[in-house]
Every structure is written in structure tokens, then in C-alpha cells.
Design a protein around this ligand. Structure first.
Ligand SMILES: [Zn+2]
Length: 259
């Protein structure tokens, strides 16, 4: 299996996974990069996976489905282009001979789902998480609550450490600038930032990231760590008995306002 990030728009990635003859794509906001990649690698499109309803994740679905007949898998609780097979937590989406486990991850949107592919013999686990978890950051809360997003990120953070995290945007360097403001003394973060800066300087994606790395550097997976907690308290007014979701909300707000 080969994993390829197809750049789309300014900073989206449409993830393609293929076996040399058939491919699946995740969140095709634009059909053209997918058509180009299918032609370039001489692949048939076997399925389209969608994580949430936003146009930059679904804009190419109808054209790809019409041209290839590839079945569409998507979130049961969101409106995406019909027809599609709807999924909720615990369902299995079968495609390319693989079984993708569906995880409900509300927060960025209300019905957002993620797809987890467990490890196989020669392949690390893969996570397609849309706009929920980014490298060094997380999605904005457009429809969900901080408590929902925190629970969603907890569910993703509990996956195996060698999971390759296939996020839908190249936001890493901007996220890491904020992460370093939160945890200036985090040596793992400093090293990771240097690696990502070097990758971007060479025009390379910073993704996929590794979940074990995210646990060490991503402030939104670390909102219970003493260093992060202290930084949030210094930045925002929080009562002594503030709940975990309140800390997370203050951290997310800090990021929203961060320049
Ligand atoms: Zn989105």
C-alpha cells in the first residue's frame, strides 16, 4: 500500500492510498488533483471517504463519483453529496480490501468522523482525521463544544503511538509557533519544529505525523500537562476549580487570538 498526499487549494491534502491498481481518496475537496493522480499512477478509484461536510473536503465528491462510480463513505450525521453510505462510531468502512474503523470525533463539526486503519504486517496504523487533529494543533470549534473536542482528541490520542496521522491541512508550522508560545521549554517541540521547518523549506509535506510525536508536542493533546496548564492560567482568567474542558476552551481561544 502506498500513501500519497495530494495537495489541493492553498493548504489542503487529499489523502490517497493505493495498491498499485486501485485507490481510495479521503476528503476530495477538488476532483482535479485526484483525476490527475489516478491517471499518473494508472489507478482505478475504489472508494471515496469523507470525514465531514465542509466544501474543501467534499467539493470533488460528486464529479469523482459520477466519473468513476466509486462508492462514497461518509458521516451519518452530516449532509454530504448523495448517494453515500452513512457511518457512526464503531462501524467498519470496507474499501480496497481494508477495514477502516469509524470513530466519532465531534467538535470541528457536529458529526465529524475519523477513519482508523489498524496495523498490518508491513504497514503502521493510519488515521484519517480530517480537521479534528492537526500536527501541533486541532480544528476550530465551529459546531461542537470544547468538552466534545477534548473527548474526540482523547479518543484519537489513545490510538497506538506508531499511528501515522493523516491530517487534511498543512497547518503545522503555524501550529508549532503557537505550541512554542505555550511550551517554550519543550525540547521535543523544539526538535520537531526544526525538522518541520526543514521539510517545508524543501517543499515537502510535514505529514503524516506520528501520534507518539503529537502526544509530546501538541498542546491540544497536552492540556492536562502541568506546563500547559500553567501557561493557560497565566494567559486566561480561570477559577481554581476550572474543569478540564474549561482549560481546553481557554487554550483553544488563546490559539484563535494568537498572531
Ligand atoms: Zn473543516
Amino acid at each position: 500500500m502506498t500513501l500519497v498526499p495530494l495537495p489541493a487549494f492553498a493548504d489542503n491534502y487529499i489523502w490517497m492510498l493505493h495498491d498499485g491498481s486501485s485507490a481510495i481518496v479521503v476528503d476530495p475537496g477538488d476532483a482535479q488533483p485526484v483525476f490527475d493522480a489516478l491517471a499518473h499512477h494508472k489507478l482505478q478509484l475504489a472508494a471515496i471517504l469523507v470525514t465531514h461536510h465542509h466544501a474543501d473536503h467534499t467539493g470533488g465528491v460528486a464529479a469523482l463519483h459520477a466519473a468513476t462510480g466509486a462508492p462514497v463513505h461518509g458521516p451519518a450525521r452530516e449532509r454530504i453529496p448523495e448517494p453515500f453510505t452513512p457511518y457512526v462510531q464503531g462501524d467498519i468502512a470496507e474499501a480496497l480490501g481494508l477495514s477502516f474503523e469509524v470513530i466519532d470525533v465531534p467538535g470541528h463539526t457536529a458529526g465529524h468522523i475519523a477513519y482508523f486503519l489498524p496495523a498490518a504486517e508491513s504497514r503502521a496504523p493510519l488515521l484519517f482525521c480530517g480537521d479534528t487533529l492537526f500536527s501541533g494543533g486541532c480544528g476550530r470549534l465551529f459546531e461542537g463544544t470544547p468538552a466534545q473536542m477534548l473527548a474526540s482528541l482523547d479518543a484519537l490520542a489513545a490510538l497506538p503511538g506508531d499511528t501515522r496521522v493523516c491530517c487534511a491541512h498543512e497547518y503545522t508550522l503555524a501550529n508549532l509557533r503557537f505550541a512554542r508560545a505555550v511550551e517554550p521549554g519543550n525540547a521535543d517541540l523544539t526538535h520537531y519544529n526544526a525538522r518541520c521547518e526543514s521539510l517545508r523549506a524543501q517543499g515537502q509535506p510535514t505529514l503524516p505525523s506520528q501520534l507518539a510525536t503529537e502526544r509530546l508536542i501538541n498542546p491540544f493533546l497536552r492540556s492536562r500537562e502541568a506546563t500547559v496548564l500553567r501557561a493557560v492560567r497565566e494567559h486566561a482568567e480561570l477559577s481554581a476549580d476550572a474543569a478540564e474542558a474549561d482549560v481546553f476552551a481557554a487554550l483553544r481561544q488563546w490559539k484563535n487570538d494568537f498572531r
